[in-house]
Design a protein around this ligand. Structure first.
Ligand SMILES: *Cc1c(COP(=O)(O)O)cnc(C)c1O
Length: 433
């Protein structure tokens, strides 16, 4: 399988090259040259297929011959080593709990898969690889955990100061060793801009072997398809496929779901559930894509004003908004609605949502109110304890800390403070060499 750049000014590359470079030289996102189709027997028998085999079948067409079969099998087995249960919450609504990995968020899947691929691809290189990544919250922790102590790889994480939760900050600033956290005085989009600038800096890239671990990297984006196959595997009524609602920020996760659907996975409809950052709902209404400055919300991992992966979604539907709208809708949910939902569902269903899951839940509930005969799944993308600063005052109760969080919450934060200024980043990276 080859991948081409959506800007179409760079040559096609294989999976290895796409993983190592992250972004194409023309700054475009890599996109698969064709969409693999799964046999209908694979879909029919999915209940009897172990998760690691499903994961292997999903990735094999993309990875191709860039690594031997047994290596890919090992990598997917290590990637899906935690449970992803489908839990009933109320009539017609199920929660797909994506947060049972090490850092308690769905990004563990992509980060674990990518770090292991990259570790394999750079083995034996004499130049160290520097993974440079911007995070709005959860990416940083998942990437830090995935790459911690991986030989030959340094990780540099940029995050917006004061705009990530306490737990998130601890997850990315307390590891040390090959993991470096930079606290930027600015927004997530500032962090992303600085990272993008570094990748096209000819001097920096001649000195450092830079790569990205943001959700634009195909090795992070593609394995997120697993969630949708696992959801369908656990779906009881195979004659009536689920409506799926995904809390969305950079649109990587939902884009993977749409790709899985295009490969033959039965899904009724997708809802991109957004917070106040409503670029995509506006696009569906007007057919004009207008990026905006990001707005800070309580579901901060979705505070994105110009979602990188949306271009891939458009590409999946031939850049045709009317085609897209046949299976895809998007809504914007306010912070007040999010809090009310957390409270109501805790009281009525005894189920504790995190702020992102709550956005997904409410978007789905509204959709089903207008489509009575259907049933749906929303993604619970993070454990509520990651956002205890938001959730505890709403339910007026303490959430017990899981062991993995207990261990880091008292550790000392180690970060480098920096202005949102490219020259500062550049000098710091050069001095790190
Ligand atoms: C990153 C993140 C999202 C948004 O996912 P995208 O793939 O960027 O759309 C939603 N919820 C949580 C908890 C996240 O960490």
């Amino acid at each position: 399988m080859n991948f081409y750049s959506l800007n179409r000014q760079s040559p096609e590359v294989g999976f290895k090259k796409a993983t190592i470079s992250g972004q194409a030289p023309d700054k475009g996102l890599y996109f698969p040259e064709f969409i693999p189709q799964f046999k209908s027997s694979f879909i029919k028998e999915i209940e009897d297929i172990p998760n690691e085999e499903i994961a292997y079948e999903v990735m094999r067409p993309y990875v191709g011959d860039s690594m031997p079969e047994n290596i890919l099998k090992d990598i997917v087995t290590q990637t899906v080593n935690f449970s992803i249960p489908l839990v009933p919450v109320k009539e017609s609504i199920f929660s797909l709990e994506m947060f049972h990995g090490n850092t308690l968020a769905f990004k563990d899947i992509g980060a674990r898969f990518m770090s292991r691929c990259l570790g394999y691809f750079v083995k034996g290189n004499d130049k160290k690889v520097t993974v440079l990544v911007a995070t709005s919250g959860d990416t940083g922790g998942a990437v830090a955990d995935g790459f911690y102590d991986v030989e030959g790889v340094d990780v540099v994480i940029l995050y917006p100061s004061g705009k990530v939760s306490t737990v998130q900050e601890k997850q990315l600033t307390t590891l040390g060793k090959n993991i470096h956290a930079i606290e930027v005085n600015g927004s997530f989009d500032d962090c992303q801009r600085l990272v993008k600038q570094a990748f096209v800096d000819p001097i920096l890239t001649s000195v450092l072997f830079l790569t990205s671990a943001n959700s634009i990297n195909v090795a992070r984006w593609l394995p997120q398809q697993f969630f949708y196959f696992f959801a369908y595997k656990q779906w009881v009524d195979k004659n009536q496929p689920p409506v799926i609602s995904i809390p969305s920020g950079n649109f990587g996760n939902i884009c993977a779901g749409l790709l899985a659907m295009k490969s033959g996975l039965p899904i009724q409809h997708f809802i991109a559930a957004c917070n106040a950052n409503d670029v995509v709902p506006e696009y569906l209404a007007s057919h004009h894509y207008k990026p905006k400055a990001p707005v800070a919300t309580i579901s901060n991992a979705m505070d994105v004003g110009d979602p990188s992966n949306f271009i891939r979604i458009q590409q999946l539907f031939g850049m045709d908004a009317s085609e897209l709208k046949k299976v895809f809708s998007s809504v914007s949910i306010t912070d007040d609605e999010t809090k009310n939902t957390i409270k109501r569902i805790y009281q009525e269903c005894n189920y504790l949502l995190d702020p992102h899951g709550a956005v997904g839940f409410l978007a789905l509930e509204r959709y089903l109110n207008n489509n009575h005969s259907q049933k749906g799944v929303f993604a619970e993308t993070a454990h509520p304890v990651k956002f205890y600063d938001v959730v505890e005052p709403v339910i007026q109760q303490k959430i017990p800390l899981p062991e993995s969080i207990e261990k880091i919450i008292h550790k000392t934060k180690m970060s480098v403070k920096m202005e949102a200024d490219y020259n500062s980043l550049r000098e710091w990276l050069l001095s790190m060499k």
